[in-house]
Ligand binder design. Sequence first.
Ligand SMILES: [Fe+2]
Length: 430
Amino acid sequence: MTGLILALALGGCDFFPETPGATGDSGLRATGDCDPAVMVPYGTTGEPDDVIPADPHSPVFGSDQPDPTAVRLGFPSRDPSTSVSMLWRTDVDTLSSVVEIGPAEGFPQGATTVEGYTFLFGGGEVGEGAYRIHEVRLCGSLSPATTYSYRVGGEGHWSPTYSFSTPGAPGSFDTFRVAFAGDSRGDYATWTRVVSAMQTHAPDLVVFSGDMVELGANQSEWDEWFAASGDLLATTPFFASHGNHEFLAQHYFAQFGFPGTEEWYAVEWGDLLLLSLNDTVRSQEDLASVQKAFIEQELAATGRPWRVATHHQPAYSSCTAHDSNLEVREAWSPAWEEGGVQLVVAGHNHIYERSVPVKAGEEVPEGDGTVYIVSGGAGAPLYESTDDAWWNAVANPIEHYIIGDFGPKQADFVVRDLDGNVIDQFSVPR
Ligand SMILES: [Fe+2]
């Protein structure tokens, strides 16, 4: 029943149409919250609310740089167990937007070719973009808990072959490992170190709490950031939140593929509900009303025992660079705490912080409240100054990342600096 209500809420009534572009006897299907067609963010007017259809694949290659770069996975649906997309860059003249994908064992034997879409963004004139993005969406056509291999581009111009694994279906139990990090802005050599360190733990997914780059409209920084990310984004599902330094720029929405509005979204990873929220909004209504209702509705409808939220500006922080964001705390904390969210991970303050369990503005026993994490140590300049605060369990201005192992009874977290030293360990009961 819950699934039906959720499906209706998502407006999905045309379930399982054929996926355009699929060739061969693949049985590819589309699910209701995954649209195989790609829209261009900030389409004809350069305004955020304007979107236009992207162009379909055409077997055309440019002469400058037709080979794919910055290949990454995207998520056109809240269900990454069956739906995924691939995005990449080429020169502006290349229109070929093809993915070849199949079971990892024996690839490319048994692989299917799927055609997608392409669009320009950036540059000085609307519609005269300097950068070309390709995106191919596979809606509902993957199998849960399966490892796939794929390559992108087109005949004669294929990318390297990458592999990734889908999670179990929403609601299915599995143990899984999540890496958390945030605030890489301005120091992409450090981001490379964070990526390499995270990859040694082979996380199933990575959650990033915002501020990837210093200036979201500066494409050269994005180019640095993607290059510094190595093959992480092509091989490991990566779910970001929009930070204030992304500035709601077209570059963010054009180059990533997230479900829903992309500004805020829900993902179901087995028995985890992950809510990614945006606290740098066009209107305070989006924070205090729209996303508050989104959080409340998601948590009321879900049957997932694990509930994690991520966003950028922390509701609870003892770091005096920015302090706590009281608007976020007032709008979202009651919904998280009443809705059984075990962990909220933010950034913005360039430090590692962990709170005691909190509910209704007070410390509560373990398991009764929400633990608030600030993880803003992936390259941005560290902030040293902290206040004593009643909620604070740990505060450490250090570059770091977090590995969380989610199991049947509890989730165990280990926080490490970039030399591999453990700087915090804690568990959260389910
Ligand atoms: Fe920030």
